[in-house]
Design a protein around this ligand. Structure first.
Ligand code: ZN
Length: 275
């Protein structure tokens, strides 16, 4: 059985002492690949270093999380673009490697005062994704209606400037917390998968309803480690191994086998992310 954790933060301080043990633990639990979400440009070198120690198992991403915006956005975007180009482009400028842009998005839970800045950096990062044909890892917290509105406008603007239908964005709505209708609206506007993790297993969670409505072909699994551990680990540090607990819960919820959940969500993630 192979399962992919499409979103974890293994360079978090929570893993300082035992990240290698956690990777082994995950592989023992059937987690064959893990995607490391990047919250800002300073994390990227550490992410690359860790991924280089585990080729074919750990995969990097690069992006600016809305909560990680610097005061000087232009400087931060320039630094991030330089790292992105350094990773993706050969010396002659040819695109030779891809990775997801993430995690990026809107967060109106913590700080609403810089929403214009959030929009600006998201737009820029969407442009990079389209230019290099990269998937995006989206963090949308308390902002699903605003995100859908933004995406609609983004597509219209692209159409006007390109004078043709723009390439569709593709990616993962990580740790999805919107409702069923919003999920379908997003999937209409772009080729998005619903990222499902520990919150699926929580009491009174709305994620089960979304999971049933969108179906397995639109789902990828994740942990968001070290946050949001699934039951029975809730309240403790989350780690990639626990993706298996969410997979088991999802299998029971959908009335299918664990193998089918593992196979389909792994195929979804591999195809979408190119890993
Ligand atoms: Zn995250």
């Amino acid at each position: 059985m192979k399962i992919i954790d499409t979103h974890c933060h293994l360079i978090s301080k929570a893993f300082t002492t035992d990240v290698e043990a956690c990777i082994i633990h995950a592989q023992e639990a059937g987690i064959s690949k893990m995607v490391l979400a990047c919250c800002n440009e300073t994390e990227f070198p550490q992410i690359i270093a860790l991924c280089n120690r585990h080729p074919g198992v750990l995969f990097p991403s690069i992006g600016i999380h809305p909560e990680d915006m610097a005061e000087d956005i232009d400087a931060q975007l320039a630094a991030t673009r330089q790292l992105l180009d350094g990773y993706c482009l050969a010396d002659d400028g040819r695109l030779v490697r891809r990775l997801p842009i993430g995690e990026i998005g809107f967060d109106l839970y913590w700080d609403k005062t810089r929403f214009d800045d959030q929009k600006r950096i998201l737009q820029q990062q969407f442009d990079w994704a389209l230019t290099y044909d990269l998937p995006v890892l989206l963090h949308i917290r308390d902002a699903m209606p605003q995100f859908l509105e933004f995406l609609r406008q983004y597509i219209i603007n692209k159409k006007n400037t390109a004078n043709a239908a723009p390439a569709r964005l593709r990616g993962i709505l990580h740790c999805y917390s919107g409702n069923v209708q919003e999920a379908f609206e997003a999937m209409q506007l772009g080729d998005f998968m619903i990222g499902i993790g520990g919150t699926l297993t929580y009491k009174n969670s709305k994620v089960p309803e979304v999971a049933k409505a969108v179906g397995l072909n639109r789902i990828v699994l994740e942990t968001d480690s070290p946050y949001l551990a699934p039951i029975p680990h809730r309240g403790h540090r989350n780690e990639p191994a626990y993706t298996a607990d969410t997979a088991r819960f999802l299998a029971e919820l959908l009335g299918i086998s664990l193998e089918e959940v593992a196979e389909t969500t792994t195929r979804n993630a591999e195809k979408l992310l190119g890993i």
